[in-house]
Design a protein around this ligand. Sequence first.
Ligand code: SF4
Length: 383
Amino acid sequence: MRWSGQATATVDDSALPGLARLSNLVASVQTPEFAGVTFHEILAKSALNRVPGGDSVLPFGWTINPYRGCSHACVYCFARPTHEYLDLDGGDDFDRQIVVKVNVAEVLARELARPSWHRDPVTLGTNTDPYQRAEGRYRLMPGIISALAESGTPFSILTKGTLLRRDLPLLVEAAQHVPVDIALSIAVHDDELQQSLEPGTPTTAARLATVQAVTEAGLDCTVFMMPVLPHLTDSTEHLRRAFEAVRASGATRLLYSALHLKPGVKEWFLAWLEREHPELEASYRGLYGQGAYAPTGYRKWLAARVRPLLAEYGLETGRADPATGSMHSRALDDVAAARDVLGLGPSAVLAAGGGTAVTGPAGPSLIAAERPAGARASHPRLF
Ligand code: SF4
């Protein structure tokens, strides 16, 4: 296999018990250029994950997660609890024990070739980041992009990874054939805070430069300003700095949402807060003590602060897709319209693979005032 030759050390003994139970574990690998990180290479049985879409136009969305765990290590990452399914914890293990589906492109190509696949839009990046550092080593995305484009499947990518620039020529080519939507997640415009909150990510400046590269390549690029953190990134000064930078990058639109902290993430985040900003602990316990979401009052307050900026900076045209949690793909409208014309049912049912699709918490995450212009009266699932 092409990837086995890349391993500089094979350390099966280090496999944790949950991973060791996997029949499809190929190897657990550590390399000098990824100090402290172990890659658990598995042969995936499926690539496409079905996501229940609630009241979406389509009954569900589809995602692909080439990696489990994420070395970007954002303390607020909503995906942390998904790591517990293999006896890994949602804290350090999530950041350092990365499961790699080394055959994901090949499996995907097979799934996309099934007659039952109706080319519903597919989202990457709503669970873990497809352009995290591991992608520099494993190069799974080019095969995924090619498989999607060649099968006529529209797709979107959400990432914090500047490595996306490596694949820009391929993405531009793919966009000649299918709708391709790209978004960069950029929420913190204070370098010290950004490195503390998102220690494994490229800098804000590097991500803004990536937005610029995407738009200069002729593709639209959305910026996800998520999460907005109470007392830390919600000041008028910080928000205006963010909007200035995003507009200067050439981004097409901006989506935002307040922090939410579901169980399994809340503990990790509050431990960080206790270390870094103990003065805010009481306030956060007040805001998030009763649930995962900031209270409606706070979110209304934030919406009143952000919405005028969206209009002022001309960045309000984006809308979130309820099914996938990513930006609403232009392709969704095309698919829905085509189905209407053809008298087809709402969507195809590809025998769902074994993947666990977790793109957001159950229930609504946005109050009406937070919803991007044009969003349906529904319950988008966002970070
Ligand atoms: S980049 Fe995304 S998936 Fe990765 S740790 Fe940060 S929030 Fe989680």
